[in-house]
Design a protein around this ligand. Structure first.
Ligand SMILES: Nc1ncnc2c1ncn2[C@@H]1O[C@H](COP(=O)(O)OP(=O)(O)OP(=O)(O)O)[C@@H](O)[C@H]1O
Length: 250
């Protein structure tokens, strides 16, 4: 495994909604150069964990370090792609990717794609090339397939120049071939030096593409390891339906 100090280090993350305790002191390490996948049943806290890591939700306690420093001191160091793709359909793939850099553009430059600097366009083109879509750079995104749009979303995240990339169910809406392609892109990006943490609902895809798999049950990590080390029975147990209580059995 690569050096974790250069990647993501999460310690003791705790989160509740009202009296519902969702995360119970979760620890996660993702090294630079590594793709880690989180598996877990609906409601086990996977999305909440990612949302706390990027700061969309405030954790009650715990720390999130990126390359050894607090995530809050370097807000663009973590990027995220979502299951529901949030690109602007009438804009080209290239313009959408450029928008990943809005956080570092001066006010006027960020107002409209026509004002994006040439250097940014070149960088965005390199990001599209990274996901295999340089030839579709000038197509409006609405003309691309779902899998291609998800790869544009990954390219946009790369254009943010993050150290850590989070992906929340990035392939759930895709057909098997497109899902393989997107996961292949995420694994390649990770192996080039990014720390990538993805939530998946497909254990088989996780086993094929991840360097490590983390199992989450009721907001607690229950196993972590390389795919070859993770027991299939442990994975199945994540999704086991609890036996009804006696009072519900009648
Ligand atoms: N904003 C919120 N307000 C109240 N409860 C929430 C909120 N967000 C999530 N929860 C609850 O927290 C728990 C964990 O939700 P979360 O979305 O993190 O699970 P998940 O493992 O990602 O599930 P899924 O696989 O269905 O996406 C669930 O019980 C959910 O209802």
């Amino acid at each position: 495994m690569a050096e974790t100090g250069a990647g993501l280090r999460v310690r003791g993350l705790t989160k509740s909604y009202g009296d519902r305790h969702v995360l119970h002191g979760v620890d996660v390490d993702v090294a630079a150069g590594e793709l880690v996948t989180i598996l877990g049943a609906n409601g086990s806290g996977k999305s909440t964990l990612l949302r706390c890591v990027i700061g969309l939700e405030r954790a009650e306690s715990g720390t999130v370090l990126v390359a050894g420093e607090s995530r809050t001191s370097q807000p663009t160091s973590v990027a995220m792609v979502f299951q529901k793709i949030d690109l602007v359909g009438r804009y080209t793939a290239l313009d959408n990717v450029c928008s990943g850099a809005l956080g570092r553009l001066s006010g006027a430059r960020s107002l409209h794609p026509r004002l994006f600097p040439r250097s940014l366009r070149e960088e965005a083109m390199a990001c599209l090339d990274e996901v295999g879509l340089a030839d579709r750079a000038h197509d409006p995104v609405r003309r691309l397939s779902g899998g291609q749009q998800q790869r544009v979303a990954v390219a946009r995240a790369l254009c943010q120049r993050p150290s850590v990339l989070l992906a929340d169910e990035p392939v759930s809406a895709l057909d098997p071939a497109a899902a393989e392609q997107v996961m292949g892109v995420l694994a390649r990006i990770a192996h080039q030096g990014l720390a990538v943490l993805a939530v998946l609902h497909q254990p088989d895809i996780a086993r094929r593409h991840s360097d490590r798999i983390l199992g989450l049950r009721s907001g607690r990590p229950v196993f972590a390891g390389a795919p070859s080390e993770v027991d299939l029975a442990e994975v199945d147990a994540l999704y086991a339906v609890p036996a009804p209580r006696p009072s519900e059995d009648r």
